[in-house]
Design a protein around this ligand. Structure first.
Ligand SMILES: [Mg+2]
Length: 387
């Protein structure tokens, strides 16, 4: 089998005004999506999601990455990862057993490589008629625990918002704190946390996410006040990429586990977090960090140190499926994010179900590759409106 074409499908799903949500990151008015499509001479087509800016993904995939892929055997997934990463120095990389970082490789280029990697795993599975988790060692679990992720509502509504997730079946939920409560920080965040814990009772796990919006002192104040609410993790108290020492300081000052990683890429950046002992939970995003191939390496590094992974999973049904396949096969992946925002590209992109069971678990799709079927005519349903 040979790769014949590599291209992107760009989509936009507008968010109607009544379904929008606001956080310190702004108000979301639409979801954009760049799907990487890898075609083969046997008619098997693989799909991946690349989480960079959509037009940048199109340019990088179709102009920088495609020439290295056409004519290659798509089932040589790890070889092609090395080829895309090391570029013209692939020969040196394979001779000396280490990657050769090319020019301008991080950021958007790594997002594009991530999308290609997932599409290649999808083809590999489809070519053998097995789900991806079978190729990753056979599978650790047939169901994956998921947590309902959202939680932007103001005081007075926060408890009902998170209780809505629990009513769907989730036994763990995550809410946003920090920057969106800036008008009265930390009191507003603490009031919302108290309301959510009192509404949910003692049995539901609660996580909190600050989007890296706090200083070390602010994060410490919030963490210490939140300890009484039994918070399962404090996500991105500060920005790991800019202040890893600060994250270590926060971790040392609280008993709440620290989670981070949705903005990090490659095993090298995650190794820095592990070496610094900055986090208890790593959250690589498969569509950002380097695809399934690199996220497995990240998980193995963490596993050696007793650290768990909980993939960041905020995107379309393609990222959802890749994350579920990864979680099914990875021993130290104990829980997965499940976006609770209005997101038609998660629920309506595919003909296969995207749902959590009443006990808080998702069933792992057992169909070939990613185990999902895309709806027809996606570009007509969700015409791209630009970045
Ligand atoms: Mg987050």
């Amino acid at each position: 089998m040979k790769i014949t074409d590599v291209r992107t499908i760009l989509l936009t799903a507008p968010i109607p005004p009544e379904r929008r949500w606001r956080s310190d990151l702004g108000t979301n008015t639409k979801f954009n999506l760049a799907i990487v499509v890898v075609e083969t001479d046997e008619g098997i087509i693989g799909y991946g999601e690349a989480k960079g800016e959509a037009l940048a993904m199109k340019t990088i995939v179709e102009h920088r990455l495609k020439p290295a892929l056409v004519g290659e055997d798509p089932t040589r997934v790890e070889y092609l990862w090395e080829k895309l990463y090391s570029g013209s120095r692939l020969g040196l990389a394979l001779k000396y057993g280490r990657p050769y970082h090319g020019h301008n490789l991080r950021g958007e280029v790594l997002c594009a490589i991530s999308g290609v990697d997932v599409a290649l795993w999808d083809i590999f599975g489809k070519s053998l008629g097995v789900p991806i988790y079978k190729l990753l060692g056979g599978g650790i679990r047939s169901r994956v625990r998921a947590y309902g992720s959202g939680g932007w509502a103001p005081p007075g509504k926060a408890g009902a918002e998170l209780a809505g997730y629990a009513e769907k079946g989730f036994t763990a939920v995550k809410m946003r704190v920090g920057g969106l409560d800036d008008e009265d920080f930390p009191n507003r965040s603490i009031a919302r946390l108290r309301e959510v814990r009192e509404t949910l009772g003692p049995k539901i796990d609660i996580m909190m996410d600050a989007h890296g919006a706090l200083t070390v002192i602010q994060a410490t104040q919030l963490a210490r006040a939140a300890e009484e609410f039994r918070i399962s993790w404090f996500e991105e108290p500060v920005i790991a990429a800019d202040d890893l020492r600060g994250m270590v300081e926060v971790r040392q000052r609280t008993t709440i586990p620290i989670a981070t990683g949705e903005n990090q890429q490659t095993r090298f950046e995650f190794q820095e977090i592990l070496d610094a002992r900055a986090a208890d939970v790593l959250q690589p995003d498969i569509a950002i960090a380097g695809g399934i191939t690199e996220t497995r390496r990240i998980a193995d590094l963490a596993y050696a140190r007793g650290i768990v992974v909980a993939p960041h999973n905020w995107g379309s049904a393609i990222l959802w499926a890749a994350s579920v396949q990864f979680a099914a096969a990875t021993a130290n992946c104990i829980i997965l994010e499940f976006c609770q925002a209005y997101n038609p590209l998660l629920y309506d992109l595919v003909t296969t179900p995207i749902a959590v069971a009443k006990d808080g678990y998702v069933d792992v799709p057992t169909g070939p590759g990613l185990g999902i079927e895309l709806q027809p005519d996606l570009e007509k349903k969700y015409p791209f409106e630009g970045d």
